[in-house]
Design a binder for this molecule. Structure first.
Ligand SMILES: *Cc1c(COP(=O)(O)O)cnc(C)c1O
Length: 225
């Protein structure tokens, strides 16, 4: 089904079916993973449409866009915002105020600022791991995850619940599998239960390897402008 001939609700349903099938293949429960609809660079109306189709978890990359959309959509009861992009210290306040979950924690300074700015419930976080050890990539190095985890654990307003990764871009989803598998092993070692991994290109492989949160944008909302 191509974008031009399908509605958002149809594309959403197709993603849900592919998720169910991947979970079933892996012998996992149908509710073992949650879909995060990545709405970055799409208008608030597209989020309303996905919300009307039953979705509640939305992912945004840019802190100010997250702030603006959370204000524009404040009337949508039960909507949960996931900040999934890299974050600078000076923008941490927007994520601390608007997000329910932060997927891309990779520096202590950002963690400290988030904890300082967060009121109410602690912010749930995943540490983003540079799992392929790419020099150009953000994310904490595999060898430094444990140290960062113990530092972040002393911060009162953050709660690290899992790990996240974004493997190197590849044509084949199978290319991501070894990285997903490594991230799952690392999370197990550290006693962390959430695994944020898999996007439009490789979410089924991620689910087969234990993802609990998949971040899917294009397959739902279409290409970003
Ligand atoms: C944009 C983005 C996604 C979604 O990517 P799609 O290919 O549109 O599914 C997921 N995770 C992160 C960190 C992103 O920046």
């Amino acid at each position: 089904m191509t974008e031009a001939t399908s509605t958002l609700a149809e594309r959403l349903q197709a993603v849900r079916l592919r998720m169910s099938a991947a979970l079933a293949r892996a012998g996992r429960a149908p509710d073992a993973a949650r879909l995060i609809c990545v709405s970055k660079l799409h208008p608030p109306e597209a989020i309303r449409e996905a919300y009307a189709a039953g979705e509640r978890h939305f992912g945004e990359n840019y802190a100010q866009e997250l702030r603006d959309k959370s204000e524009a959509l404040a009337d949508l009861v039960g909507l949960r915002w996931h900040a999934i992009g890299p974050l600078q210290t000076n923008k941490a306040k927007y994520v601390a105020r608007s997000a329910h979950f932060f997927h891309a924690l990779d520096r202590l300074e950002v963690a400290q600022e988030l904890s300082r700015r967060r009121t109410g419930e602690p912010l749930e976080c995943c540490l983003e791991v540079n799992i392929a050890q790419e020099s150009s990539k953000r994310g904490v190095g595999v060898g430094e995850v444990e140290a960062l985890l113990s530092q972040v654990r002393s911060l009162p307003q953050l709660r690290v619940v899992g790990l996240m990764c974004l493997p190197p871009f590849a044509e084949s989803p199978e290319a991501s599998r070894p990285y997903f598998r490594q991230l799952a092993a690392l999370a197990r070692e550290l006693g962390l239960s959430e695994l944020s991994m898999g996007t439009t290109t490789d979410f089924e492989v991620a689910l087969e390897e234990g993802a609990t949160l998949v971040r899917v944008g294009t397959a739902i909302f279409g290409e970003r402008g």
